[in-house]
Design a protein around this ligand. Structure first.
Ligand code: 9MG
Length: 287
C-alpha cells in the first residue's frame, strides 16, 4: 500500500536541532452516524463533519477515516443507501480539497461509490469478505485495510473465545492479504489490523497489542485502533468521553511495536505525545 500522505523518512545532519519527523500516519476518525453530527434523527450536518475533519487535519492528521455505519459493540446494520447519503458528501468535499480520505465500509456498493468520490483507502472491518468486495477494490488503485473481527458488531462482545488469539488473528490477516493479492490487489496497497475490541476481551486486546511487532514483521503496514475503546475504559475506569490520556498511551504502545498507522479521535494530543516519544528515541550521533 502506498501510505496516503506518508512522510519522508527521518533524516537530519543535525539531529540535536532538527526535530525528527514522524513516519507513523495518524488517521483521524469522522463518524457520520446518528450519535455524531446529526440532530438525533435523519438529518446530518455534513458541514459540521467537514469542520471536524479540517480541525483534525490542522492538528496533524495525515488522513481522515469517514464512516456512516457504526461498528461499535451492539450496533445494527444500516442500508446501503443510508450509508452512502451519510458519507459521500463528506468524501467528495474532502477529496476536492486533496485530503487523503479513507472510508470505513464493508459494503461493495459503498466502496465503489466512495472510490469514485475520491477515497484513496477502503477501511473494511470485514476484510473484504462480503461478496463483490475484493473486486470493488481490485478494480481501482485504492488501498485497503483488512481488519480482523470475530463475530458481528451486534453480538461480538458476548463471549469472545480463542485458543490463541495472537496466532489466530495473524493467520487470518495473512490469509486475507494473500487472497486480496490473488484477486489483483497489489501487496503495497494492503494494510492489516488486528481489530482491537472486535470480538475480543481486554486480555485478548492486551495480548494482541504486546505482540503487534509480530504482525508488523509480516511486511504489511499495521493499522492500530484503540482510541476511546472499552478496553481503555476497563483499564482506566473512565467513561468514553474521558479516555483521551489512556488512548494516547495505547497509541504510543502500538507505534513502539511497529504500527504504521494509528486511528485516533484526539489528533493533537497524539501528535504531541508521538513527537516527545520520537525525540526521546532519536539516536544521538556517536562522539
Ligand atoms: C471502523 N473502526 C473502528 N475501530 C477500528 C479499528 O480498530 N480499526 C479499523 N481499521 N477500523 C476501525
Amino acid at each position: 500500500m502506498t501510505a496516503p500522505g506518508a512522510h519522508a523518512p527521518a533524516e537530519s545532519p543535525t539531529p540535536r536541532e532538527t526535530p525528527r519527523r514522524r513516519r507513523t500516519l495518524l488517521m483521524g476518525v469522522v463518524n457520520v452516524t446518528p450519535d455524531s453530527f446529526s440532530d438525533g434523527g435523519r438529518h446530518f450536518d455534513h458541514e459540521r463533519a467537514l469542520d471536524h475533519a479540517r480541525r483534525m487535519l490542522a492538528d496533524g492528521a495525515d488522513l481522515i477515516d469517514v464512516g456512516g455505519e457504526s461498528t461499535r459493540p451492539g450496533a445494527v446494520l444500516v442500508a446501503e443507501r443510508t450509508e452512502m447519503k451519510r458519507v459521500l458528501p463528506v468524501v467528495e468535499a474532502l477529496a476536492a480539497e486533496n485530503v487523503p480520505v479513507s472510508v470505513d465500509t464493508a459494503k461493495p456498493a459503498v466502496m465503489r461509490a466512495a472510490i469514485a468520490a475520491g477515497a484513496c483507502l477502503i477501511n473494511d472491518v470485514r476484510a473484504l469478505q462480503a461478496r463483490g468486495a475484493l473486486a470493488a477494490v481490485a478494480g481501482s488503485g485504492c488501498g485497503v485495510c483488512l481488519m480482523h473481527m470475530q463475530g458481528r458488531p451486534r453480538t461480538m462482545q458476548a463471549d469472545p473465545r480463542y485458543d490463541d488469539a495472537v496466532r489466530e488473528v495473524r493467520d487470518f490477516l495473512v490469509a486475507r492479504a494473500l487472497i486480496a493479492e490473488g484477486a489483483g490487489i497489489a501487496r503495497d496497497r494492503i494494510a492489516i489490523d488486528p481489530g482491537f475490541g472486535f470480538g475480543k476481551t481486554v486480555a485478548h486486546n492486551l495480548a494482541l497489542l504486546r505482540s503487534l511487532r509480530g504482525l508488523a514483521d509480516t511486511g504489511y503496514p499495521v493499522l492500530a485502533g484503540l482510541s476511546r475503546k472499552a478496553t481503555i475504559g476497563e483499564i482506566t475506569g473512565r467513561e468514553v468521553g474521558e479516555r483521551m490520556a489512556g488512548s494516547v498511551a495505547a497509541a504510543l504502545a502500538a507505534v513502539a511495536r511497529g504500527a504504521a498507522i494509528v486511528r485516533v479521535h484526539d489528533v493533537r494530543e497524539t501528535v504531541d505525545a508521538l513527537a516527545v516519544w520520537l525525540a526521546v528515541e532519536a539516536r544521538e550521533p556517536r562522539t
